[in-house]
Design a protein. Structure first.
Length: 541
């Protein structure tokens, strides 16, 4: 077995090498580079303090990499160390303003900490986790749903730690690492205002019921008292649910993110009785989702599709320049619209619809087995793209596994994709497109598609997208459309597109608007956020 001193030296060497692994090293000490090579070569002798620090840091790879790059020297002792300790402690204590549980950072180990090794490591680990959380989120998106394919572009945390140590203003540096998008700040302010919507705990709770205008009962009395305590008071008989009280209930529902119908049902009453309202939870989840996007340039021109809002927008330099309604995937698990970011490359005019194989074998093959003339508006084609007469095919021979044909619909007004689609090539075959079923855009809830996003104003969207490459985008689009043949118009430059899922997000007036959790992704995310607050010893996710 390795003795204690040898083990400590081994750990110190490993930590030092972890830090040096981020440095591009020369293959050999070439002429003129020998001093540099000697400076970065792993040391073989360490002081007792260095070995103790290496041993303490080794359990956390990020912290180990940081101290390795820093030559196994402490950074939280002395006068400068005190400024850094205080900056970390203040940031941690304010993490709740970001919707991050303070308990995640073990504040019990930071409060009143001195300058010993335990305090050094406690502050380093809290700093590493805080930087990781603020620049990429607490939760790995894929844990929430198999339909979330978002890649978080998180910077190297050990390098951020080095920037923090080098900063003349450590507290200011920590304030700067959170997402700088205006929507993030609006959400933070909205979260800070939520406690005003929580009734005092000593007031009697209102019994759950369904109250409508004209109804009377003793349960209305505590309902009135709790509403009045948070600024929604209404004059009238204490036990009568009258129109004035209904109007205040509607205002309260709007404030906390519930459907504003003025009816005090179980959801409204539960929120009124609860300590943390539904709107707060949605805002906290939206802050986490914004941190997933922290590595994206949201100041650049981009398409933003908020799935539960049923809306697509274009932003340019932070300003909205276009908005339209959308239809998104149904709530069936295999038809939900996924979340991811990509680059939009083409506007396809008069598109053919190449039916995805999943739809072909799931929806159309059973119909063709029952009646070979079913879905007659769609051609059956072979691998070379030749249309095969249906009389030549014995559909009963085939299963979803061995069906050798594709299905394709010609361009035209009745094409399932309408007259234009917007392509950002991706493994899930998701894109934006026109549709002949225009009436669906009049519905409040619009989850009807097989996963792709149908656009309410597709021609206008095409014009805005093409406006960066021509002085007359309408004419460019019209010429392609009038030809009647499929035309691919390349977008130069490509336009980033973000398919996102925010049930709470600022509207055009800067107020947080709330949307239904159509796919249950909030329901899946919230327990993970709660667990993140409890799981203070685990590595960042």
């Amino acid at each position: 077995m390795i003795g204690g001193k040898k083990m400590a030296a081994f750990l110190a060497l490993m930590v030092l090498m972890a830090g040096q692994s981020v440095v591009a090293q020369p293959a050999a000490p070439q002429a003129g580079l020998a001093p540099l090579h000697a400076a970065i070569a792993p040391r073989l002798e360490f002081s007792a303090d260095e070995m103790a620090l290496a041993r303490a840091a080794a359990a956390n790879p990020v912290v180990a990499a940081f101290y390795g790059a820093n030559g196994l020297q402490p950074v939280f002792d002395g006068p400068e160390g005190q400024i850094r300790r205080e900056a970390v402690q203040r940031a941690v204590s304010d993490s709740g303003s970001h919707g991050i549980p303070v308990s995640r950072y073990r504040p019990d180990l930071l409060a009143g900490a001195g300058q010993d090794l335990a305090a050094e490591i406690a502050h380093a680990e809290a700093l590493a986790r805080y930087l990781s959380d603020l620049t990429g989120g607490m939760i790995r998106p894929g844990r929430v749903s198999a339909q979330i394919h978002r890649q978080v572009n998180r910077p190297a945390v050990d390098r951020l730690m080095a920037e923090f140590i080098a900063s003349d203003d450590p507290a200011g540096f920590l304030e700067s690492v959170a997402p700088q998008h205006p929507a993030y700040e609006v959400l933070r302010r909205a979260l800070a205002e939520r406690p005003a919507l929580t009734a005092p705990p000593d007031l009697p709770k209102a019994p759950e019921a369904v109250w409508r205008v004209g109804m009377r009962g003793e349960g209305v009395v505590p309902l009135r008292r709790r509403l009045a305590a948070i600024g929604f008071g209404a004059a009238g008989p204490a036990d009568l649910y009258d129109a004035t009280l209904a109007a205040e209930v509607m205002r309260y529902q709007q404030a906390i993110g519930l459907p504003a119908d003025g009816i005090a049902g179980p959801r409204t009453i539960r929120a009124l009785n609860a300590g943390l309202d539904e709107g707060s939870r949605r805002i906290i989840m939206s802050l986490e989702r914004m941190r997933w996007l922290a590595g994206e340039d949201l100041q650049a021109r981009h398409v933003w599709v908020n799935i539960p809002e049923f809306t697509a927008r274009i932003f340019d330099q932070g300003q909205q320049v276009f908005q339209t309604r959308t239809v998104v995937g149904t709530t069936d698990a295999d038809r939900q619209t996924p979340e991811f970011s990509d680059q939009m490359e083409y506007v396809v005019v008069n598109p053919r619809w190449n039916v995805p194989r999943s739809i072909t074998v799931r929806d159309y093959l059973p119909q063709l087995k029952a009646n070979r003339h079913a879905v007659s508006h769609i051609d059956v084609v072979d691998g070379a793209g030749r249309v095969i007469p249906r009389g030549q095919i014995d559909f009963s021979r085939y299963t979803a596994a061995n069906f050798p044909f594709r299905m394709q619909q010609k361009p035209g007004d009745n094409n399932a994709l309408g007259l234009v689609k917007f392509i950002f090539p991706n493994p899930w075959n998701i894109y934006l497109h026109d549709t002949p079923t225009k009436h669906l855009f009049g519905n409040r809830s619009r989850a009807y598609s097989n996963g792709c996003i149908r656009i309410g104003d597709p021609f206008d969207l095409a014009h805005v997208l093409l406006s960066q490459q021509t002085d007359d985008p309408q004419a460019m689009f019209r010429r392609a459309l009038e030809g009647g043949r499929e035309r691919w118009l390349a977008l130069t430059p490509n336009v980033p597109v973000h398919l996102v899922y925010f049930t709470a997000f600022p509207d055009a007036d800067g107020r947080v608007a709330f949307h239904d959790d159509i796919y249950g992704r909030d329901e899946a995310l919230w327990p993970l956020i709660e667990q993140a607050g409890l799981d203070s010893r685990a590595r960042s996710d």
